[in-house]
Design a binder for this molecule. Structure first.
Ligand SMILES: [Zn+2]
Length: 104
């Protein structure tokens, strides 16, 4: 008989993946923009359009994954995993804020 975590592991893996991608894009995008700025300074070329595309894609992706993971539903209780109501949310929570199902 599978344990409770094994029963919901596929859906929990999707939530973990989206959260990891959102945080990764959030922290890597400024670093990539900074490196682009350094590269444009060294080669004396205008790379503003590259940086604009980089920032829009990076922060846009972080926002999209952030909305997706923060609005995701708990596989056990079907409430929102990280949110209680509209104003009370915790994106760093390691378990469901409603039923306590651990994320990993
Ligand atoms: Zn739950």
């Amino acid at each position: 008989m599978p344990t409770e975590f094994e029963t919901y592991s596929a859906e929990l893996a999707i939530i973990r993946r989206d959260r990891r991608r959102s945080f990764l894009l959030l922290f890597v995008t400024p670093l990539a923009a900074f490196l682009t700025e350094i590269a444009s300074g060294l080669s004396r070329t205008n790379l503003q359009w590259v940086m604009a595309v980089l920032l829009l894609a990076g922060f846009g992706g972080a926002f999209a994954y952030g909305v997706k993971f923060s609005w995701s539903r708990c596989p056990r209780c079907r409430n929102q995993f990280f949110m209680k109501g509209i104003l009370r949310s915790n994106g760093f929570a390691r378990k469901c804020v409603h039923c306590g199902l651990p994320l990993s």
